[in-house]
Design a protein around this ligand. Structure first.
Ligand SMILES: *Cc1c(COP(=O)(O)O)cnc(C)c1O
Length: 397
């Protein structure tokens, strides 16, 4: 099955993904297999650094590095490179916006039940000193109840912070509807798009968010160690970064500094240039294929996997929501998730385990201590799905 892609194209895409010859990779929500052009960009820059010096290599590559910011802005539908900041991961990117939104005692942060642990502990940390964190319940389908969100709004709500897709299942939150509510009420909306960037076409204008954080290594197929933050231009100068350094601000007088006007005010100067260039190559690669096509195929493969797994006696598929993406979560009756993962690994099939603590609110509410997570990407095939399902069936039997 090749929704939106021909068989030949998938063969070609797999041929230029070295990892496809080694493993059936269903851990794309953890870290995808990079395509050769991404790997080569990454490695070529490391070689250049070794040959001519790190700073000299950066000077030489400065225009390409600048282009990464422009590409990131285009990827999410932003206005320009001045709205983008780069980090080592999505968590810090998200944090820099979260800690910059002015909050006082009595103010409220609204969020969802599907939040990732790194984000939720950050909400709790920001809640020291009298800020309240309120969790909007899900509707019967498991997605955030937008009607309930509307009812929670009052003058104390200053921030809506939510994940677009959780780490532990295929649920896609109704981010556009949340954005509409946020915009109408004039509330800052911060979206964690870590699992959706590279998987779903993103457009910050349609999403209605004021800031969005994402990563290179998951569905974008870029190198590890890169995250990004997009901030709406008219908000940048209203957000004071919680941390300062000499690239975020210029030291102009012995006792005075001036914070830069663009989103680089959230950054730190020293960084992994090779990985950032690889991230840029990954964006180009995804955009050349087309995010609409990628999204169509990822959804189709994930639905196939869900249907096949659900037909195996003893296996329960656990995904929530109306719209579902590439993450397929399931449990095997009577078999520990770690055992399933290890057995699959021995058969060169990569899946992972999402423990309860990763998305504590959701997992507790559903009485789940862990789920297996098989996350598909467009380069996965029906043949790989057959192998995965056959192994799971053997373990379940
Ligand atoms: C992976 C993940 C994150 C964190 O991304 P890092 O780059 O590891 O900081 C945040 N939210 C969700 C939903 C994730 O799956």
């Amino acid at each position: 099955m090749t929704v939106g892609f021909t068989e030949d194209e998938i063969r070609r895409l797999r041929a230029e993904t070295p990892g496809c010859a080694e493993v059936a990779h269903f851990n794309n929500a953890g870290s995808s297999l990079p395509p050769a052009p991404v790997l080569e960009t990454h490695l070529a820059y490391l070689r250049r650094e070794a040959l001519i010096g790190g700073y000299e290599a950066q000077e030489e590559a400065q225009h390409r590095l600048d282009a990464v910011y422009a590409a990131t802005a285009r990827l999410v539908g932003g206005s320009g490179p001045d709205e983008v900041a780069l980090f080592e991961n999505a968590t810090r990117a998200f944090d820099m916006a979260l800690y910059a939104v002015p909050l006082a005692a009595g103010d409220v942060i609204l969020t969802s039940t599907a939040e990732y642990h790194s984000m939720f502990v950050t909400y709790l940390h920001r809640a020291r000193g009298g800020v309240r964190v309120e969790v909007v319940p899900p509707d019967a389908t498991g997605q955030l109840d937008v009607g309930a969100l509307r009812k929670r709004l009052d003058a104390r709500v200053r921030l809506i912070a939510m994940t677009h897709m959780p780490t532990n299942g295929g649920l896609v939150q109704p981010a556009e509807a949340v954005g509409e509510v946020a915009r109408e009420a004039g509330i800052f909306f911060l979206l964690d798009a870590t699992q959706t960037v590279g998987q779903i076409p993103l457009d910050v204008r349609r999403l209605g968010c004021h800031a969005l954080a994402g990563t290179s290594r998951k569905y974008l197929r870029g190198p590890r160690g890169v995250g990004f933050l997009w901030v709406a231009r008219d908000w940048i100068e209203r957000l004071e970064p919680p941390l300062m350094e000499g690239h975020a601000a210029e030291w102009v007088e012995p006792e005075r500094y001036v914070i830069r006007p663009d989103a680089k005010r959230f950054e730190v100067w020293e960084s992994n240039v090779a990985a950032r260039l690889g991230f840029g190559a990954a964006i180009e690669y995804a955009q050349a294929l087309g995010l609409e096509r990628i999204w169509t195929r990822v959804q189709a493969l994930a639905e196939t996997l869900r249907t096949r797994l659900a037909a195996v006696p003893g296996v329960s598929v656990r995904d929530l929501g109306v719209v579902r993406g590439g993450i397929v979560s399931f449990t095997v009756r009577g078999v520990d998730a770690a055992r399933v993962k290890a057995a699959l690994r021995a058969a060169s099939i990569n899946v992972t385990v999402s423990p309860a603590r990763g998305t504590l609110l959701d997992m507790r509410a559903r009485g789940l201590s862990e789920v297996l997570r098989a996350s598909v990407h467009y380069y996965n095939t029906d043949e790989e799905i057959d192998r995965l399902v056959a192994e799971v069936a053997r373990l379940a039997g």
